[in-house]
Design a binder for this molecule. Structure first.
Ligand SMILES: NC(=O)c1ccc[n+]([C@@H]2O[C@H](COP(=O)([O-])OP(=O)(O)OC[C@H]3O[C@@H](n4cnc5c(N)ncnc54)[C@H](OP(=O)(O)O)[C@@H]3O)[C@@H](O)[C@H]2O)c1
Length: 311
């Protein structure tokens, strides 16, 4: 039988927060330390720093330090990013206690399967210099590997090496496959999501199954900053386009992980708690959806085991 140890009650509250009838609604948010309850009761920060394409060494160390000094409690890395060592160093230099942090990493496609996942986890933990992770994610769904990879994730969870387990880039059909034969449901599905790819169906599926949605490439890799609708809304609130998009995520109840290597942008992206987007502005941002992906289609990766197509 599947378990989500929280029993669903807090997700009923979540549904009320995010106004699931239209996937809109306003979530009460006070600060960067605000957290969302996962389906096992673990509290996950609503904003984290993404570090994809941030170089290992000084670049990632500085970015992580800037984020932690700003008050981001959460860092999102992956074995694939090849910067876990620097992320670990940035964490150590911050001087923060382990309990104050929320660290996510991911098992890469070529490491999927039961034993390879357990080995990959150990390698990630050693590179990060940590004794446990807050969230471990399957990076992409891979045909024929899902069940065994998830079994390894469940073992790590049950043994206390990771506080929550989840997936990335899972479409409902991949989640159906996982949910059909699992002991623990994923706590999070991290998917490409921004105003040009609003992913309503996946969000609705995830809310119905008590799986938190986390947005990757929330800023569409920097391609939305001259969009006239976003610029107009940004001017109206005297905020930047990046801040408007981060705020849009938060008001939808979506966990978000904007990436920057620049301390002033890292601070800017988190300075989103002194304004609230009006319903008509939320609607205008929702209406920008064009189902436009910047990354691979998960179905292609599922079939081939490789990233491809879009950059
Ligand atoms: N699970 C997955 O498959 C998956 C896939 C992709 C990404 N992710 C995660 O999601 C995170 C975020 O996605 P992403 O890195 O692809 O892109 P993103 O966060 O959508 O955009 C990052 C880009 O925007 C720029 N930027 C950030 N803040 C800015 C600001 N305030 N003003 C102007 N430019 C700004 C950054 O440049 P600078 O760095 O030069 O500031 C960078 O070029 C990743 O880092 C990673 O952790 C996960």
């Amino acid at each position: 039988m599947q378990k989500d140890t929280m029993g669903g009650g807090q997700f009923d509250t979540l549904k009320m927060y995010v106004g699931l009838s239209g996937l809109g609604g306003i979530q009460m948010m006070e600060s960067l330390s605000d957290r969302s309850a996962l389906n096992n009761g673990v509290e996950m920060p609503r904003i984290g720093l993404g570090v994809y394409k941030t170089k290992d060494g000084d670049e990632v160390i500085r970015a992580v330090q800037a984020a932690l000094q700003t008050g981001y409690p959460s860092i999102d890395t992956a074995a694939f990013y090849q910067n876990e060592t620097g992320v670990g160093e940035g964490i150590r230099r911050s001087g923060l206690s382990r309990q104050e942090l929320f660290v996510t990493t991911k098992v890469w496609n070529s490491d999927q399967g039961y034993e390879p996942t357990l080995r990959a986890f150990q390698t990630s933990l050693e590179k990060l210099g940590l004794s446990y992770l807050d969230l471990y994610l399957i990076h992409w769904p891979i045909k024929g590997k899902l069940k065994e990879t998830w079994r390894a994730m469940e073992k790590l969870y049950k043994e206390g090496y990771v506080r929550a387990i989840g997936v990335c880039n899972f479409k409902p059909r991949h989640l159906d496959e996982l949910l059909a034969d699992c002991e623990y449901k994923p706590a999070v599905n991290q998917i490409e999501l921004h105003p040009r790819l609003t992913q309503e169906k996946k969000r609705a599926y995830c809310y119905d199954h008590q799986i938190r949605v986390e947005a990757w490439s929330p800023l569409m890799k920097g391609r939305l900053f001259d969009n006239p609708v976003i610029v107009r809304i940004a001017d109206q609130y005297q905020k930047t386009p990046a801040q408007v998009i981060v705020r849009w995520d938060l008001q939808h109840g979506i966990i978000t992980i904007p990436k920057s290597i620049h301390p002033e942008r890292i601070r800017q992206n988190a300075d989103v708690f002194d304004f609230e987007l009006a319903p008509e502005d939320m609607d205008a941002l929702d209406a920008l959806n064009r189902c436009e992906w910047t990354g691979s289609d998960p179905d292609d990766v599922y079939e081939s085991g490789r990233l491809g197509g879009r950059s």
